[in-house]
Structures are given as C-alpha cells and as structure tokens.
Design a protein around this ligand. Structure first.
Ligand SMILES: Nc1ncnc2c1ncn2[C@@H]1O[C@H](COP(=O)(O)OP(=O)(O)O)[C@@H](O)[C@H]1O
Ligand SMILES: [Mg+2]
Length: 407
C-alpha cells in the first residue's frame, strides 16, 4: 500500500473551523434558526388565538365543505407566514385522517414574477403525479393556468386551501379575486379557501370592492412581538446550538435588538443565526454577545434585500439614484422629486438603459414609499413656488448602494 501522503504535516489553518468528524463546532441543528423552517407546535409562542381563528374560518375544507377566505396583515416578522403554513399543515393532516382529499399550496408573491408565475407554482404543487395535466413554466396564458388549476381541483380534490403570501407585491388583486370568488362564479366545483397575507395594512385600499367582499370581515392583524415574546421564541430554538456553545447573554440581546423599531422575530432569528455563523467562521469557542454586534450590519442588509428583491430594474435604479444623492450630500437627507429624477437618469445612463417618463418615476417613488424603503412629505412652498414632494431614504445609503452593485 502506498504511504498516505500528507497526514504527518501540520493542519492547514484554512480548515480550522471544520471539525475532524466533519461536524459543526457550534450548531447542532442549524436549520432550526433559519427563517423558512416550519417549527413544531410546541415552539410557537403567543399565536394560539390567531391559529384557532384562522382554523375556524378555513376549517370546513378538511371535510370537503366550503371554507371562508381570510386576510392576514402585519409587519415583517410577526409570524404571518408561520401561522399560515402551520394551519395549512394541520389542515392537511386532519383532512387525511378524515379521508378527504384536500389540496394545499403556498406561493410567495414577492418571489413570483407575476400572477401567472404564482398560479403556476400553486398548480405545480397540487398536481398529482398521475395527472395528465401539466403546468409548464412558460408558454401558456394566465387564463389557461386558471383552467388547468380548476381541472386539477375538480378531478382530484374535495376542497383546497391556497396561501398567497406577500400579496401586496403583485401589481393587482386579480389573482386574489379570481381564486376567492371561483366558487361563486361557477368556474370550479371544488370549494377553495384563500389565506392571503400582506405586510401592509393599507393594502386594503388597493383591493377592489369585489375582492374585499369575498374576505368579508375575516381580517386579522398580527401585532409585533414585545422583547419578552421574542426572547421566548429564540429560547425555544436553543437546541439549534450544541450544548454550552451559546453564551447566556446572546438570546436576550438578540431579542432586544429585534424589538427595536417593531418587534420583528425575523430580525431576531437572523441575528442569532448570523452570530452563530460568525462564531463558527472565526473559530470562536462559543457564540458571544459581541458577535451580535459584528453581524448587525449584514443582518440589516439582508432585511433590505428582502424588501427590494424582485423589484423591477427601474425601481432599483430610482433607489440607487436616491442613495447616490444621499451619499453626495452629507448634511441633507430630503430630496425633491426633480433631483431624484436627475439622479435616476444618470444611473440609467451608466447602466446603458433608456429612462422612463417622469410620471412613471413618480409612481415608482410611491411604490418605494409603500414598501417603507423611502418616505415622502409634501412641502407647501411660499407664494409663487407651489407645492412639491420630497423623499428620504429610510435605510443606510451605503448599504443600498452596495446592494445595487451586487445585483
Ligand atoms: N410566534 C412565533 N413563535 C415561534 N417562532 C416564530 C413566531 N413568529 C415568528 N416566528 C419565527 O420568526 C421568523 C419570522 O416569522 P414569519 O412567519 O416569517 O414572519 P412574517 O411572515 O410575519 O414576516 C420565522 O423563522 C418564524 O418561524
Ligand atoms: Mg412572511
């Protein structure tokens, strides 16, 4: 046998953070602190009432009877997606126990390219392997996606629950309206319940009267968490870490940071995970409170990325123009629409793309304010100047610019 080269040499410090066993020195079950992980019921804090109320509305579907649709509003990190997924999962299990065929599907509209894309995702999820119907990613019209979803439902299911998450990110409420009114309009026999989720409470104003009426009074507002609840949420995920690897002060501090602005479990969870990653990548003995401070900036950047990801390129160019203005003018943070349009046009020039009309830019600025990336105010100038709008970036300009160059 040939001698095994290299085993006697010094360890390469490049791989110091990789344990000999290939295991993780800090995390036992890192997935527990990822945002998309669906925690077991015993880990969910303070949402019992909401879970019950939503189950009451959507519940008849587990017996194949017509469910009611519900709308959930709340700021980021208030547990909306979690509660919706939890109720869907339990509905699915209960329907199975009752021997009913329940279709459940989930689409996050902030990641969908539009109505057709979101529909395609829903169709794909409920389409059984034995089905002869297909949901290609492109090449068929929105209408045809609807027809195929109706066909699958009528052929294979007794009832359906569809969750449309971050619905405020779609351009219009057509999808919401058609799905929630499908029974009434006779498009499909199978009863459908929709759980629609919006980060914006004023999304209501963008809904057509018909859509509003199909949600009736089934609207729930999820309040932000307080620091104590955030702490309990994180405490319940402690076993993500190996024994003795998580400093005592880390969770209380992450909860306190998450409670700033509004009580945001997503932010708190992210900070905790990033601190763990930081400890691991820097070969620390254990996760310490200081590590939270090291990762704060990247956690913020991640939060901003959530907000701007999926925005059309020109919206990002407007944002980039405003960020550039903010960075060039140290002592100023409010800028007039006309200044922003100029800055935007410079970005377009650099990017080698034609700029949109001024009216369109005004509209994009409204959308950015709606997403709470920027805010605006009206200025009623003195005699002869007329009134004008000013805008301010609500995020660190450096972070915004960096993001733009990365995308
Ligand atoms: N009440 C809760 N109990 C336990 N974990 C929660 C709770 N609320 C939120 N979380 C966790 O915090 C993160 C963000 O929650 P999420 O449901 O995505 O918020 P939203 O959809 O409102 O932005 C997820 O990892 C989720 O599991
Ligand atoms: Mg969500």
């Amino acid at each position: 046998m040939a001698p095994q080269d290299g085993l006697d040499t010094e360890p390469d410090p490049l791989f110091d953070s990789v344990e000999l066993t290939g295991g993780d020195p800090i995390f036992e079950r890192r997935e527990l602190v990822t945002i998309d992980h669906l925690p077991t019921e015993d880990r969910i804090v303070g949402r019992d009432d909401q879970i019950k109320m939503i189950a009451n509305e959507i519940g008849p579907a587990v017996s194949g009877a017509p469910p009611n649709s519900v709308m959930i509003y709340g700021k980021t990190g208030s547990g909306k997606s979690l509660v919706a997924k939890h109720v869907m999962k339990r509905s699915e299990q209960e329907a199975e126990r009752r021997e009913n065929d329940l279709a459940v599907a989930y689409a996050n509209c902030s990641q969908a390219k539009g109505n057709a894309d979101a529909l395609q995702q829903l169709g794909q999820q409920i389409n059984p392997s034995e089905s002869s119907i297909s949901f290609p990613e492109r090449g068929i019209s929105e209408n045809e996606y609807f027809n195929r979803v109706w066909d699958v439902l009528d052929e294979f299911y007794d009832a359906a629950i569809f969750t449309l998450d971050e619905i405020d990110r779609l351009k219009n409420d057509d999808l919401l309206m058609i799905l929630s009114r499908a029974g009434e309009t006779g498009s499909v026999e199978t009863p459908i319940g929709v759980i629609a989720i919006s980060n914006k409470i004023n999304y209501r104003d963008q809904m057509s009267e018909r859509t509003k009426s199909s949600f009736g009074h089934n609207e729930y507002i999820f309040d932000p968490y307080d620091a104590t609840q955030l702490r309990e949420i994180l405490d319940n995920r402690k076993d993500a870490f190996k024994d003795g690897k998580l400093g005592d002060a880390v969770i209380p501090r992450a909860a306190a940071l998450g409670a700033k602005e509004h009580g945001d479990a997503r932010k708190a969870m992210r900070l905790l995970r990033y601190a763990g990653d930081y400890a691991k990548n820097n070969g620390a003995e254990m996760v310490k409170e200081d590590h939270l401070l090291e990762v704060r900036a990247s956690a913020e950047a991640e939060r901003l990325r959530d907000l701007v990801s999926g925005l059309p390129s020109h919206t990002r160019h407007v944002l980039s123009g405003l960020a550039a203005l903010t960075r060039q003018n140290n002592d100023q943070e409010w800028f007039r629409t006309t200044q922003i349009i100029d800055a935007y046009e410079r970005v377009c020039e650099k990017e080698g793309t034609d700029s949109l009309t001024k009216d369109r830019i005004r509209q994009l600025l409204k959308e950015l304010a709606f997403l709470e990336v920027t805010e605006n105010r009206s200025n009623h100038g003195g005699k002869g100047t007329g009134s004008y709008k000013e805008h301010r970036l609500m995020w660190d300009a450096e972070t915004v610019s960096r993001m733009h160059t990365r995308q």
